[in-house]
Design a protein around this ligand. Structure first.
Ligand SMILES: Cc1cc2nc3c(=O)[nH]c(=O)nc-3n(C[C@H](O)[C@H](O)[C@H](O)COP(=O)(O)OP(=O)(O)OC[C@H]3O[C@@H](n4cnc5c(N)ncnc54)[C@H](O)[C@@H]3O)c2cc1C
Length: 603
């Protein structure tokens, strides 16, 4: 049997596994991705890539291509709730409500102030091939499709896995080989490794059964608003939000009303036949959209269960769970794949430091300490958002199965009567709370770590907006580095662009820190780039390396956001989270930095 040795084996070549491969290659760590399917996904699935994901992608040189292929900002400004797409009856094509989303419309200014990257939309079906080809470019031979992890065993030094190559050997069985790795990452969507390890998942399951239909059709004559990314339909026959269905444009080259393809998702109600095929799916879409002559080319029908589950453990010895393997929840705020990228990004730099011998294995414990609370919070959040959807049905007064009563409820909603005005006011309240879905700005970019690879500074965590609409930038250890625009030699650059994936970055304003950082980097054996920021009137020279150097705080944003004194400093990890900060210059800044690094690296 063939045998391979590789530092990191990644089981699963979905978004999580492929991105981890790219992040590891970017910092010089070899990995092997094995994916049991013969190719990347043929269903659009995930859509929205939030600002934090795009920051991470930018750090690894992926953002430009994702933006190039993805939806332009003006074409993903809002979600819209309607009664139907077609039809000419009195209740057809009526607007129930619009909601700005994903940094569009009235949200734009706030989102732009908080990050250099805007959110975009690129269905997983287009994103995975992009990730796969970049992963392959950066680690030739490092991604193997149609190879399945079939078993594994770990010991004190590593993991020995058995992988089946379905494409060769005896066709019925494939050919097996073994892989010896220091670590195994389960990016398998929860299908294999966690189950084999007996790691339970807590939380509600099978909340709804959904069916997604991916199709091509020209819907342009029915779409009157190019800025809508996602339509939801609620009508007397649909019996509410999910059964009424949702329609999302999936491009791939046009993102306006001429989008060539679409996904229609709806709940699989009890009276739907168990066997879903093209004929009944299309018939149901015709009913719900009120398009009797609608003739789509159906590419794929996918079924999925709405659930909200999180793994009890993210680590078992030398094995780590990431992405959907660790948390699965409703897609209401589009946090599934985005959180998977966050997991991979968190894990990559830690694996690199441990594998290079610069940090002990204990550093990897911080992965669970940091990411498990994020996964749990995101899951709880998405379940809230999911539940809130039914408030729209209730506000309108819909009763499952009572088509005539539901019709009357809609007539009341649009009636020019005092009762109609009240119904609309109630609906507006129910609509307002739906912001929990597409306006979860703090949930997207504001997650913070309370413990892990960081040095707490004794301050109390400032409160977060319980509705997650407002993100408060802070430099408290564990938080994401605030975004500010700096200038160097006439060129503007965001703080996140100065954080390299393979080392630490020190943000400070006194030159003494540069010497201290050089000395500390030498003593600790890690890279530290120093970003020396002068005030608004300051003068930037150029004595730094690629990332480090002297910068000018052009509009005073960094000075407002840094939360440390002029002599203080903020040490940022490779994943752009703050590791340590000091309010003022300590008497021996190099020693203070070394002590902080030792603590962060668990040395
Ligand atoms: C309708 C819908 C809409 C969504 N919209 C969004 C959105 O807008 N934004 C967002 O962030 N998220 C969204 N999500 C969630 C998102 O799709 C998932 O969270 C994300 O794709 C998970 O990625 P992953 O790589 O962790 O897991 P997966 O994509 O499940 O990948 C795991 C891979 O592991 C492979 N595998 C399993 N076992 C083995 C094995 N033994 N050996 C080898 N390979 C194996 C599988 O074949 C699979 O390819 C949505 C989900 C749904 C259902």
């Amino acid at each position: 049997m063939n045998h391979i040795e590789v530092p990191v084996l990644i089981a699963g070549g979905g978004g999580c596994g492929l991105s981890l491969s790219i992040f590891l290659s970017g910092i010089g760590v070899r990995s092997l991705v094995v994916e049991r399917n013969p190719a990347t996904t043929d269903h659009p699935r995930a859509h929205i890539l939030n600002q934090r994901t795009m920051e991470i992608f930018r750090q690894h040189g992926l953002a430009d291509e994702v933006y190039r292929q993805g939806t332009p900002a003006a074409l993903m400004e809002r979600i819209s709730f309607r009664t139907s797409l077609g039809g000419d009856g009195p209740l057809d094509r009526r607007l129930i409500g619009n909601l700005d989303g994903y940094g569009g419309g009235a949200l734009r200014q706030r989102y732009e102030a908080d990050s250099a990257c805007r959110a975009t939309n690129l269905p997983l079906m287009q994103l995975e091939p992009l990730l796969s080809s970049v992963a392959e470019q950066r680690a030739p031979g490092g991604v193997r499709f149609h190879h399945e992890l079939v078993s594994f065993e770990q010991d004190a030094e590593g993991v020995t896995s058995r992988v089946r190559d379905h494409a060769s050997g005896d066709h019925a069985r494939g050919a097996d080989y073994t892989v010896r790795s220091r670590y195994l990452i389960a990016a398998d969507g929860g299908k294999t490794v966690g189950r084999a390890l007996g790691i339970g998942m807590d939380g509600p399951r099978r909340l709804r059964k959904m069916v997604n239909t991916y199709f091509s059709a020209d819907l342009s004559q029915w779409i009157d608003d190019d800025g809508v990314l996602l339509f939801y339909f609620i009508n007397p026959d649909g019996q509410g939000q999910w059964a009424g269905g949702g329609l999302v444009k999936t491009g791939p080259t046009r993102w306006d009303r001429h989008s060539e393809s679409w996904v229609f998702m709806r709940e699989l109600s009890a009276d739907d036949p168990e066997v879903i095929d093209e004929s009944n799916v299309v018939a149901r879409m015709r009913d719900l959209l009120r398009l009797p002559d609608f003739n789509p080319v159906v590419h794929k029908i996918g079924r999925w269960d709405v659930e909200g589950v999180v793994a009890r453990r993210y680590r078992a010895g030398r094995i780590f769970l990431a992405g959907d393997a660790a948390h699965r929840h409703p897609p209401v705020s589009a946090l599934g794949l985005n959180t998977a990228f966050g997991d991979a990004h968190n894990l990559a730099w830690k694996l690199a430091l441990v594998l290079s011998g610069k940090a002990p294995d204990a550093l990897l414990d911080s992965y669970e300490a940091e990411r498990a609370p994020v996964g749990a919070r995101v899951s709880e959040w998405a379940l809230n958002g999911f539940r809130m959807r039914s408030l729209i049905d209730q506000a309108i007064g819909l009763v499952p199965g009572q088509t005539e009563a539901n019709r009357q409820a809609f007539e009341r909603l649009y009636a020019d009567t005092p009762g109609g005005a009240t119904a609309r006011a109630i609906l507006a309240e129910a609509m307002h709370i739906q912001r929990i879905g597409p306006q979860a700005h703090d949930m997207e970019i504001g997650y913070r770590y309370e413990r892990g690879a960081l040095v707490p500074d004794g301050t109390t965590a400032p409160e977060r907006d319980p509705m997650a609409g407002i993100y408060h930038p802070i430099t408290r250890p564990g938080s994401r580095l605030p975004h500010a625009v700096l200038e160097r030699e006439g060129r503007r650059v965001g703080t996140h662009d100065l954080v390299g994936p393979g080392g630490f970055t020190l943000f400070c304003s006194r030159a003494a820190w540069r010497r201290a950082a050089a000395s500390a980097a030498k003593q600790a054996g890690v890279r530290i780039d120093t970003v020396l920021i002068r005030g608004q009137g300051g003068h930037g020279g150029d004595r730094g390396g690629n990332l480090g150097g002297n910068y000018r705080d052009i509009d005073g944003a960094w000075t407002r956001l840094r939360q440390v004194g002029a002599g203080g400093a903020v040490l940022v990890r490779p994943d752009a989270h703050v590791a340590w900060r000091t309010m003022e210059m300590p008497s021996d800044p190099a020693a203070a930095l070394v002590a902080a690094l030792m603590s962060v690296l668990q040395r």
